[in-house]
Design a protein. Sequence first.
Length: 543
Amino acid sequence: MQPSEVKMVQTEQSMKKAIEHSMKDLSILSSRTIDKSDDYFQIKSNPNKGRFAVASKILKPGQLILKETPVVFVADAVEYNKRCFSCFRCSTEKSEQGKISDFGPQITVFSECLSLSRCSKCKLAWYCSKDCQLRDWAVYHKKECVSYAKHKESVPTSIRLMTKILILSQGAYPSFMSDMISNRQQFSLQEVKKFGEMSLLLHNFIDHSQLTAIQLIDLWCKLQCNGFSICDDELSKVGVGLYEKAACFNHSCRPNAYAYFNGHNLELRALDTIDAEQEITITYIETFEPQTVRKKNLKEQYFFDCLCDKCCQDESKPTTRSDYLPCPVCMQALFINEFNFHAKDNGSCTCSLEHTFHELKLAYKAFKSLTVSPVKSQTAKPIDEQIKSLKAIEKTFQKHLVPTSHYFTLQLSHSLIGSLSRSIFLLLDLSNIPEACKTYTELTRYVKSYIEALICAGASKFHPFISNTYFTQSITCFQIWDLLAHNHQKGPLCELLQDYSEKLSIALNTSLSNANATHGQQSSTYIQLSQFKMSLTTFLAQK
Ligand SMILES: C[S@@+](CC[C@H](N)C(=O)[O-])C[C@H]1O[C@@H](n2cnc3c(N)ncnc32)[C@H](O)[C@@H]1O
């Protein structure tokens, strides 16, 4: 359904309400939703690592330590028309209708998806309700709408975030950022220059004449070191936010707490038993990466050398083979993954594979640009053209896929399975049964190796403590299984799924108990896993 546009014309009464909201927002800033925090941790500081959080008492795994609403947040540009600018709810989110509790964990039943309406003036801000729109207008949007209308999607996320910060602080230095670490001296001259340019650009959005150039640079530095990427349930980045309390938690590559997002709210839970006075740590980066990569990432963005247990241990250990993608020709380890895929240095092996990697990159890009929906085609292209391009991409992938548990390869396999399934549906639409059967055989082959690789990669023991990557892999694995189980009730693929469902059942039980600790039973992640479990139980019972 095409969302309708909403005019900014308001009645006197609604305007009054909005202004009341606005005043309330500004005055209660220091008492936003920061639940329970002081009960569970205290902020201390030392010269080596600045402020840090320590447990006020013994914390058990799964304990909710902090629940915080961001002081400011913005959605990423690709999310503009998917999320409410005011409350951050997503258009695919469904409203809760009721709960069935006869199957172990509670299952939530949802009704219709949220429909968003956009600001008729800038056509960039979207809202889930009139209330949200009025509220946002009163606090922020009336001060940014004109510049949004002028610059459209080209406004960088950081400029939009800084605009909101300065709107909130009424142009003065924001008090909620005064205690945040800036690491100003560590930024290179080039980066400082870039911040200067951003300040110039910012001027098109908000008057920052009350601040000196140095104060502005200090704020940009603070944003880089303290801002959080807001992620959705599948850990894809959907926005950025600034959280006053969460910004006090330091990093460890073996953290004892886990931060995740419920909409734009940050929630932090204990992963382990944390003793009173022990530091509470979270991870800033992907812990699945080898130590060299972790070290580099932490130094470049956060300017410190990590001295956590894992880093001290890793230093003396060779990096495990699963961190590497073997070269498809000489089978030598080659470091390549999605995170440094665009970097020039993709590792090295004895045979020169530049050409292969070039092809692989192209194929990967092509896959990314396709909305791989195995059930229905969403593109307007004629079916046979879609099949042709899918086949071309599949061919490139099949040539290069090596069975390994590496994240990157798993991603490719995942895409390949999506693409093969989609081809099957398209071929069936064309009544090309022989070709559909051939593709089906291919699909079976890849599903087998994919599920095996996933199980070996850690689907059975996923835990954000180990890695966010394993976490997403596991969810993806269950999603694929679920999708295939629904669409292949008979035939060889069904038998294959049956073979694996027992292994998956073990993996799911582990995942559920882990998600119980990391996210809690009310989280959508836990609910999604419970739904998979129900699906798997039903599937096994029917066979
Ligand atoms: C989000 S802030 C965390 C709180 C910060 N310590 C403070 O004083 O406000 C991130 C910054 O804290 C410091 N930091 C975080 N983890 C650290 C660690 N394990 N060792 C040393 N410094 C750390 C780095 O300067 C990093 O850029």
